[in-house]
Design a binder for this molecule. Sequence first.
Ligand code: 6LW
Length: 501
Amino acid sequence: MYSYQNPIIPGYHPDPSICRVGDDFYLVTSTFEFFPGIPIYHSKNLVDWELIGYCLTRDSQLNLEECRCSGGLFAPTIRYHDGVFYMICTNVTGGGNFIVHTRDIHGEWSEPHWIDQPGIDPSVFFDDDGKCYFCNTSGFQGRSAIMAFEIDPMTGKILGDKHIISFGMGGKSPEAPHIYKTRGYYYLMLAEGGTEFGHMETIFRSRQIFGPYTPCPRNPILSHKDYMGSQIQATGHADLMEDQNGNWWMVCLGVRQLGRLHLHNLGRETFLMPVKWGEDGWPIAGNNGTIEAEMQGPLPSEPLYKEKVSFVDNFTGDQLGYRWNFVRNPNRDRYSLQGGKLFLSGGKEELSDFTPTFTGVRQQAFCQHTETEFDLLEVKEGGKVGITAFYNLAYYYSLSLAQKDGKTVLLLESCIHGIHTVLAQVPYVGQSARLAVRSDMDVYDFMYWHDGKWESVGKLPTVGLCTEGTMMMTFTGTYMGVFAVEAKAAFDRFAVEKLPE
Ligand code: 6LW
């Protein structure tokens, strides 16, 4: 038994799906309007995860051009069968359900194969006879229903009749169906209650793939809806996996709320729990259906107990590291790396536009110091270059070096509910800057380096970047990033240091 810390993948990493190949584990999560699509994490011990790439890296695989906030890519499922990895997902902005595959998890994935089935949260299950079954959440006579049918996973072609196999236990939004076969049964596991604070996981079983499915008498098998004392809330949307030692595990999404506020700014994160099987043949997830920040389990090997949030990027490669994301399909001409610098060449687009010149990394800890250093190479009147805490195009904070009325100034801005406000303007001498954001549970403190110390320009409330405060339904989390508008800049460095909570 080893102790480990949850979340296993902190920051915006919702809808985790996991598979095993020998003693290697692979995990994917949702990405919505961010690009590239669907990160792939690898681990040997289920606790230390390394980002090894993305399933959807080409514009031909992923079109997010018209993507509304939290549209685009919903929940993926990853599976491995007979030498091939499959990732099945939905682009709700266009095309719907699709499946891609690869034989090389470190290489490129296929073009999407579209599946003629509405709805979201698709998954595939490979039966012992090699047949592959699709299931997802779809609508039936105004209700959410779980649909299943046989499919060719290489082409997405439907091979048999469509069956409604479950309506869940009666909770809101039965979704995220996954089928497993063990102990002589097909098990169907669902999320119910909606992804918010009533979220839960339920399970059913049948001797036949298309049912009828009988519910577990202990449903829900995972939920924090009645565990108000926990900082971790909204647990659900889970996937099960048996490791090489015969131990079972569940990954799920959850949120770490700010205090007891029922608000979260870091997005839905990925958590891990051990699963035992009761004598009645039903699973017992975590601590009888709840999880903790510190847990114990029979991990395949010892965790590294390594701090996972801090890093320094000196931009020495010829490509941005995997952690960097864009919003929607990026205009690649606006970004380049050379001689240890990241160059941004911003056009007219602001952070509130669909495709800003922006790149960012997920905020993974409440308390962290994020800083960057850059030279302003060119700037037009009204142009700016800076650092941002970015939730989406209607919710962000930024501090930039800007050109206003022919003068260089530091500009602190906010956008909340799409309403843009200049909060502070500070005279500045020079064309180079070192800007930082120090965040905690209450505020984002925007600072600049001046006379050998950090000087605050203003503190902005964390609650402005919380999912629960957004006017549209959103599923994402806060990024820390850099951006340019009508200006060119060379960034030397971007660093995150996790601070004590
Ligand atoms: C996803 C649904 C859900 O498709 O939220 O928490 C949706 N679960 O299953 C977006 O992540």
